[in-house]
Design a protein around this ligand. Structure first.
Ligand SMILES: [Fe+2]
Ligand SMILES: [Fe+2]
Length: 320
């Protein structure tokens, strides 16, 4: 049987109708949320096409358009709606789904709504939509693209989304697809844990699958630099010390703009990384990030201790 695919125009109409239904029936969805959701869906469709082109993946554009526009179709379903779907498809998910964050229900059960309400039966689209939020250790390329597009589309604001975009579009080497997925999964895991929700096992297994791609000191050094707001520190120098130090691969030296900005840098880093230790002094703070170490000096202390001179024989590296 030929898979049911819609044209872009039909899909826009489907989404508009769906979101109008929400306005009528779902008192929890405000107009603003519905507009945001609509724009996000357009953004994800555009991002799917952009990733396909940027990495020259040669994927089917109609599939990308359908999965991008429909990926959050079930976003505004209620728990009762999900229960009804599970009565129709009783083996569709595991029995723990109600313990997961409600944010993942629309994905884990989203394929059922698309099958039931729109007659979508393309396994590539259904699989990509089912796992676009949680991930899965066996993601195919379409599922990878959808998960990336969902996180990196242009209407998403916030450091974590911006950082994921930087990792993904660093160059058109397809390895950046894997690196960005690792970054996204690790951010999701931190976010879920911080809020006390159960982690869907698939997310953790997916993270382990992608972890080796972003598990080298230079990538971590780049992530650290992205996590630091460059308005808070200045004169950042990065030294490659892997052949000089048994403990670290990179030393990052910076000068805090003020005492408050030093505190802000450390809290940014705590939110993103597991810090091995933080030694806070009045004028000099040392943050141990396993294979990278970050020095944050006050203006005077940087020239007084002159650590840059001590490191002057190490290779200085430039990271954009
Ligand atoms: Fe979603
Ligand atoms: Fe989404």
């Amino acid at each position: 049987m030929k898979s049911k695919l819609y044209t872009e125009e039909e899909l826009i109409e489907i989404l508009k109708d769906k979101y109008n239904d929400c306005k009528e029936y779902n008192i929890e969805a405000t107009d603003e949320e519905i507009n945001e959701r609509f724009n996000h869906s357009i953004g994800v469709k555009n991002a799917c096409l952009k990733i396909n082109e940027f990495f020259n993946l040669g994927l089917d554009k109609d599939i990308l358009i359908n999965m991008g526009l429909l990926h959050d179709y079930s976003k505004f379903l209620t728990i009762d709606d999900y229960k009804k779907l599970l009565e129709i498809y009783p083996n569709a998910t595991d029995e723990n789904y109600l313990t997961y964050s409600s944010k993942v229900h629309h994905a884990l059960l989203g394929d059922l709504a698309l099958k039931h309400e729109l007659g979508i039966n393309d396994p590539i689209i259904l699989n990509a939509i089912k796992y676009h939020s949680t991930g899965n250790k066996n993601l195919d390329i379409y599922s990878e693209v959808l998960m990336l597009a969902d996180y990196t589309e242009e209407t998403r604001e916030g450091d974590s989304f911006k950082n994921a975009r930087s990792v993904l579009y660093e160059s058109n080497d397809p390895i950046n697809i894997k690196k960005a997925l690792c970054y996204i999964l690790s951010s999701k895991i931190k976010h879920i844990k911080a809020r006390g929700f159960s982690l869907v096992n698939e997310t953790y297994y997916a993270y382990l699958e992608y972890k080796p791609y972003l598990d080298n000191p230079l990538d971590r050094c780049k992530q650290i630099l992205r996590a630091i707001d460059h308005n808070l520190v200045k004169d950042i120098c990065i030294y490659d010390v892997h052949d000089r130090s048994p403990l670290y691969d990179y030393v990052i030296v910076s000068t805090a703009v003020s005492n408050k900005s030093k505190d802000a840098v450390i809290s940014y880093l705590r939110a993103e990384f597991d810090l091995r230790s933080v030694e806070e002094g009045e004028f000099w703070t040392l943050v141990d990030l396993n294979d990278c170490i970050l020095h944050v000096f006050s203006n005077d202390a940087r020239s007084e201790y002159n650590i840059d001179r001590i490191l002057s024989e190490a290779r200085k590296i430039n990271i954009e």
